[in-house]
Write a protein that binds this ligand. Structure first.
Ligand SMILES: Nc1nc2c(ncn2[C@@H]2O[C@H](COP(=O)(O)OP(=O)(O)OP(=O)(O)O)[C@@H](O)[C@H]2O)c(=O)[nH]1
Ligand SMILES: [Mg+2]
Length: 402
């Protein structure tokens, strides 16, 4: 079993930078996430390189001394791809590839590759393909054509997998064809959403891997694919949920990530329409993740991009089962405590306070506080429902009927 696995695993190295905007700790956290992305794409990270650098080299991103070190490592360890955490210009990517003679990807390229690998329906595939071609277009010149041996694997899925097209015209034609195809699908999706009637719509949003699908499954008793890898969900699933006797629609959709490629945000427009048209957002957060506050920021950034930041939102802090508060000494000075030393109760108080009570704490996996979750969502949905149907709100009495 293990041998089988190691056959498909591709050896990669990561490259990140430390600068005035990201210190050593942050850089490490970003590389942790990049390593998880690489793992999701089927790679094994053999080494991480970091360089302190404020202005990246316009030609090669990192300096020549460091490039030499990467090159030596690549040659000595049979590395087949080098992944940069930061966005590379097409020229930088080309130059680095010439030096290293292996595949060179940036975070955007890696995320696009994972999306291509995970897209199940033709709708998702069309959206990913469009994003990939748009990413590919400025990078066509000399792209990997000298790497005949290494076709396939990370960064090579989706367009160009079977043949690398060097003709921009073909790629442009493909882009316009895919755009036309998406317009048709978008129309179908809009009609489908229209057909769902006036039921209140609730959308689960959040960073990737926080447990949105797991929560959807327990609440809607559905079977949405969930796993401990990034971007398990690409297609939106909508389920009718009834709490008490109040029916509403709940949607589970693609997870967000720091620096989600703009090409993806654009081509996933229709998938994200589900969020835009929702009446209530449940922003799910993995409270056990050391970077969860950064994650909230990234999600809010994308919500802002899709003009959905001002929607009524409940913050749902998930995975309270794996959150391990370090017991703290009552006599210790408050200032000396770090965030991780807060007990759950304290978190609850700080967040409830900060969010005006719009926060919930649950474990979707262990079903902890699911009753509290259902009760709270019921109240919110009911409020929207009675505004929408002022004359028959008596159909839905106060409180839950179980
Ligand atoms: N410990 C713990 N793990 C959880 C909980 N909820 C979900 N998980 C796990 O977290 C991982 C990701 O869960 P998903 O439901 O796929 O997460 P998601 O937010 O839908 O992820 P994407 O679709 O990739 O955006 C899975 O391994 C789940 O079993 C929880 O409450 N506690
Ligand atoms: Mg999911």
């Amino acid at each position: 079993m293990i041998e089988e696995k190691s056959l498909d695993v591709e050896k990669t190295v990561l490259v990140g930078i430390i600068n005035s905007r990201q210190d050593a700790t942050q850089s490490k956290e970003y590389l942790d996430e990049l390593a998880f992305l690489a793992f999701t794409a089927g790679g094994e990270v053999m080494h991480r390189f970091t360089q302190r650098i404020d202005l990246p080299n316009p030609k090669t991103f990192i300096g020549s001394g460091n490039m030499q070190k990467v090159l030596e490592f690549v040659n000595e360890n049979d590395i087949s791809s080098v992944i940069f955490d930061d966005e590379l210009t097409p020229a930088q990517q080309g130059n680095i590839e010439k030096t290293l003679k292996v595949k060179v990807l940036d975070r955007t390229g890696l995320i696009l590759d994972i999306f291509a690998q995970r897209a199940q329906t033709s709708y998702a595939r069309t959206q990913v393909e469009l994003a990939q071609y748009e990413y590919l277009l400025p990078r066509l010149k000399g792209l990997w054509t000298h790497l005949e041996r290494q076709r396939g694997g990370i960064g090579m899925r989706g367009p160009g997998e079977t043949e690398i097209e060097t003709d921009r015209r073909i790629v442009r034609d493909k882009i316009s064809l895919l755009k036309k195809k998406l317009i048709i699908i978008d129309k179908q999706m809009a009609t489908q959403r229209g057909n769902r009637g006036a039921l209140v719509r609730v959308a689960l949003v959040g960073y990737t891997n926080v447990g949105k699908s797991t929560l959807m499954n327990v609440v809607a008793k559905s079977k949405v694919f969930a796993e401990n890898k990034l971007f398990a969900t690409l297609d939106t699933t909508v389920r009718k949920v009834v709490i008490g006797n109040l029916p509403f629609l709940m949607s589970d959709t693609v997870g967000f990530i720091r620096k989600l490629p703009t090409q993806l945000v654009e081509s996933f427009k229709s998938t994200l329409d589900e969020v835009q048209e929702a009446d209530l957002l449940l922003h799910v957060v993995d409270i056990s993740h050391p970077n969860f506050e950064d994650h909230i920021e990234s999600v809010n950034q994308i919500l802002k991009e899709i003009k959905s930041l001002d929607k009524p939102t409940l913050m749902v802090f998930n995975k309270i089962d794996t959150y391990e508060p370090v017991p703290w000494d009552e006599t210790e000075l408050i200032e000396q405590r770090e965030e991780k030393h807060f007990s759950l109760k304290e978190w609850e108080q700080t967040w409830m306070h900060r969010m005006n009570g719009q926060a919930l704490f649950i474990s979707a996996l262990n079903k902890d506080n699911l009753e509290g979750f259902r009760e709270r969502v019921y109240q919110e949905v009911r409020e929207i429902h009675v505004t929408r149907f002022p004359y028959n709100h008596f159909l839905y009495p106060e409180g839950l009927e179980e």
